[in-house]
Design a protein. Structure first.
Ligand code: P1T
Length: 379
């Protein structure tokens, strides 16, 4: 079956007692046992929950994975994946990642003895220069947050596997509708399901997927031990979002490409970062590994912070807020908001400067979005 059909049906069965077509919210912490240890396969909701499992079957199917694990947040998924490694292990990571991922790696996992090197992997040959004898994994985020850099997943997976690294890809910005990293050679995919998968800005969640049975067994053990599971309601909300993910992604991509084309032409915009633009350095790779270019656009407004602040306060439909991937359009200032936890000198090196603005293009009528940007840019 094709992906739009699978998004609706994969992993879903009518409920056994009533035939309810939608998976119920199994809002229970525990399950009755017939005798000690004689259970139905369900013992305790941290360990097993039918609503969560329905979501996991759905996500696994879309990501071409044999295993998926839902988490309480994207950060919880990333933290659990990091527990596959031990003190003294070294991980190479692309330089531009979500600020919370950078914070998790450098201010949490590093204090437990993991070592990280951040490098611009837009040039795949940069990997070799970052390797150490103790390098165990490669963490990739593409398109990256917030600079929308594109990383060649196939080429880097091949290179990394030659050094026996575990390749992990954060696929939050693309979703499995646009890009399936496991098919391109990655070993583990992580998501913030808070974003496009949930799709309505009403839930926090995460996921990790793999086809590797050893990683899957360990991830299941780790999640049960760490206890960072989503509640059944949250799993249900993400599952509901999944059903419209293909439709929504199509609308996000169409609106974003119209808006990127508008911004490129605007005299007050110094630079537009959108992988769909032919001028984007990663455009050819994006075109080969993604089926469309996504709903995120980052741009530099002339005039630094004062102009950026004025613009951010002038938009009327775009809401000034962290996060992305909901049906509604959001706008934010990475340096002061989503990436504020990254030290200023690193932000400066990366180019996350005071004029940098990121938009999550929603699925409203694109003409309203264009008019909103236009009026705010003329103030
Ligand atoms: O917020 P949470 O569900 O824990 O997901 C973290 C996360 C992981 N990976 C990527 C690529 C992300 O963008 C995020 C969260 N990002 C935002 C909140 C943001 O506004 O960029």
């Amino acid at each position: 079956m094709r992906i739009a059909t699978r998004a609706i049906h994969a992993g879903q069965h009518p409920e056994a007692i009533t035939g309810a077509i939608m998976t119920p919210v199994f809002q229970t912490s525990t399950y009755v046992q017939h005798g000690p240890g004689e259970h139905t396969g369900y013992e305790y909701s941290r360990t097993q929950n039918p609503t969560r499992e329905a979501l996991e079957r759905n996500i696994a199917d879309l990501e071409s994975a044999s295993h998926a694990f839902a988490f309480a947040s994207g950060c919880a998924a990333a933290a659990t994946v990091m527990h596959l490694f031990k003190a003294g292990d070294h991980i190479v990571c692309n330089d531009d990642v979500y600020g919370g991922t950078h914070r998790l790696f450098t201010q949490v996992m590093a204090t437990h003895g993991l070592e990280f090197t951040f490098v611009d992997l837009g040039d795949v040959n940069a990997l070799e220069g970052a390797l150490r004898p103790n390098t165990k994994a490669l963490w990739l985020e593409t398109p990256s947050n917030p600079l929308l850099k594109i990383i060649d997943l196939k080429a880097l997976s091949t290179k990394a596997h030659a050094h026996e690294l575990v390749v992990i890809c954060d696929n939050t910005f693309a979703t499995p509708i646009l890009q399936r990293p496991l098919e391109l050679g990655c070993d583990i995919v992580v998501h913030s399901t808070t974003k496009y998968m949930g799709g309505h800005s009403d839930v926090i969640g995460g996921a990790a997927c793999t086809n590797n049975d050893t990683h899957a067994k360990r991830l299941g053990f780790l999640r049960n031990s760490l206890g960072n599971v989503p509640g059944p309601w949250d799993a249900w909300l993400v599952l509901r979002g999944m059903k419209t993910l293909p439709l929504r992604m199509k609308a996000h991509c169409e609106n974003a490409s119209r808006i990127a084309a508008y911004l490129v032409e605007h005299k007050r915009i110094e630079r537009v970062m959108y992988p769909g633009l032919k001028t984007h350095p990663g455009h050819a790779i994006a075109a080969s590994q993604m089926s469309a270019f996504g709903g995120m656009i980052t741009f530099i407004l002339e005039g630094g912070l004062p102009q950026a602040e004025r613009f951010l306060k002038s938009v009327k439909i775009f809401a000034l807020a962290e996060s992305l991937g909901g049906v509604e359009s959001l706008i934010e200032h990475p340096a002061l908001m989503t990436h504020a936890s990254i030290p200023a000198h690193i932000r400066a090196q990366l180019g996350i400067n005071d004029g940098l603005i990121r938009i999550s293009v929603g699925i409203e009528d694109v003409n309203d979005l264009l008019e909103d940007l236009d009026q705010a840019l003329s103030i």
